[in-house]
Design a protein around this ligand. Structure first.
Ligand SMILES: Nc1ncnc2c1ncn2[C@@H]1O[C@H](COP(=O)(O)OP(=O)(O)OP(=O)(O)O)[C@@H](O)[C@H]1O
Ligand SMILES: [Mg+2]
Length: 211
């Protein structure tokens, strides 16, 4: 059987990831593909429990290294239990955030050593690389306004200072510059329809590439 592949949708909080992923799913299902939607942190029962620990706003004392290793632990489980089996059985996996987010938030924003992050990440991924990271780019302040307009509270990472979120945004842009073959930046300030159109262009060329 032909293998599937994984597309990551990533970017600032409130950039529109969840919204655009629904559009991607509709598009792919209409074309007859088997699609698996998943997210990080999370994606498995164990991963969702780890997510709750990572994002709990009542524990601001979490150390940077604890946070990093929790992300790594969840990712290892996610890859083995869900992502690899789906790809092996020919499915297209769409993941809401993945390792680019760890580099953006833990390295570019928090300042954790790059080599340490690469080491933990390599333990979890063992050489696995997604086919594409689609980065929805927006000023984090605009993203936060969107999150707030959704009417839910902020989680521990959304509640970080604007400066932190701006560094994370720039981290995504820098990663895209360093690895243009697996990153595409999409202007997330466009309307929902325009964002989806831009994203589907990228998806359609990936389908051709993996045909
Ligand atoms: N292009 C857009 N223009 C205006 N509003 C948008 C756009 N995309 C999404 N929204 C709205 O902004 C809010 C946040 O969108 P969404 O939940 O998709 O973002 P997200 O990136 O998944 O956020 P989070 O980081 O919190 O998971 C929602 O209310 C959504 O309807
Ligand atoms: Mg979301």
């Amino acid at each position: 059987m032909k293998k599937g592949f994984m597309i990551v949708c990533d970017g600032s909080n409130g950039a529109g990831k969840t919204t655009v992923i629904k559009g991607i799913e509709n598009h792919l299902v209409n074309k007859g593909f088997d699609v698996v939607l998943t997210r990080e942190p999370g994606g498995t029962v164990i991963g969702e429990k780890i997510r709750d620990v990572i994002l709990d706003p009542s524990t601001p004392e979490m150390s940077d290294m604890t946070e990093l290793m929790l992300f790594g632990a969840g990712r290892a489980q996610h890859l083995q239990q869900k992502i690899i089996p789906a790809i092996e059985s020919g499915k297209i996996v769409i993941c809401d955030r993945f390792d680019a987010a760890t580099f953006s938030f833990q390295h570019y924003a928090r300042g954790l050593d790059l080599e340490t992050i690469k080491t933990i990440n390599n333990f979890a991924l063992n050489g696995f690389v997604p086919a594409m990271n689609i980065i929805l780019d927006i000023d984090p302040l605009e993203g936060l306004k969107r999150v707030k307009s959704r009417g839910e509270g902020l989680d521990r990472l959304e509640d970080e200072k604007l400066e932190f979120l701006t560094k994370a945004r720039n981290g995504y842009l820098q990663q895209a510059q360093l690895q243009p073959e697996i990153f595409e930046i999409v202007d997330a300030t466009q309307s929902k329809e325009e964002v989806l159109k831009s994203v589907l262009k990228i998806i359609n060329s990936l389908i051709v590439k993996h045909a």
